[in-house]
Write a protein of this length. Structure first.
Length: 193
């Protein structure tokens, strides 16, 4: 077997700096699809996570899901829900499977379902893939409730990254992150990728 040198992988710092350059105008590849709502840090610093002396006393976990119940090609019925679990001092005190929400998609029905989320999705935003937007929006509403109800110093685990669907205005997510930080509530995204 002959060892052929391949491209070297960049360090985390190099990749983070390149990402920051792309997001702040140093490149033409990444653009805000809603023209101007994207807020990006210009100085990206990698901060290693340190082990806490003790686990947080209040821990929340939020995960959403969806299923297509009826698919009539031009019209479908989608159900979504976001479940929340809360542990205080290591004991489960909340297991909320979330309200099952039904949404009609197709024949112009998606706009009403998206508007009902109340997340400020622009009226002219594409509704292609609205099912994922509805699932993600419901999940982020559950994250918002967890942040608002959590004890100071709590940890809120989010299924996925910490940026909701691109059609949900970045300012909405930024305000949620700011509220969490003001209460010393840590948001942690858990991804499978």
């Amino acid at each position: 077997m002959i060892d052929v040198p391949g491209p070297t992988a960049p360090t985390l710092e190099v990749a983070a700096a390149r990402l920051a350059a792309l997001l702040t105008g140093g490149g033409t590849v990444v653009r805000d699809p809603l023209s101007g709502d994207l807020a990006a840090e210009t100085d990206v610093t990698v901060r290693p996570l340190s082990r806490a002396v003790a686990p947080p006393a209040d821990v929340w976990a939020v995960d959403g899901g969806m299923a297509t119940v009826v698919d009539a090609r031009c019209l479908s019925l989608l159900v979504t829900r976001a479940a929340t679990v809360r542990f205080r001092h290591g004991v489960s005190v909340l297991e909320d499977e979330g309200e099952l929400r039904a949404h009609l998609l197709g024949a112009g029905e998606a706009r009403a379902a998206v508007d009902a989320l109340g997340l400020g999705v622009a009226p002219d935003a594409s509704l292609e893939g609205a099912a994922h937007l509805l699932r993600d929006g419901g999940e982020w509403r559950a994250v918002e409730r967890a942040v608002d109800e959590a004890d100071e110093g709590a940890l809120v685990l989010v299924d996925g990254d910490l940026q909701p669907d691109w059609r949900i205005p970045s300012r909405w997510a930024a305000e949620l992150h700011e509220r969490a930080a003001a209460r010393n509530v840590v948001l942690a995204g858990i991804t499978k990728h």
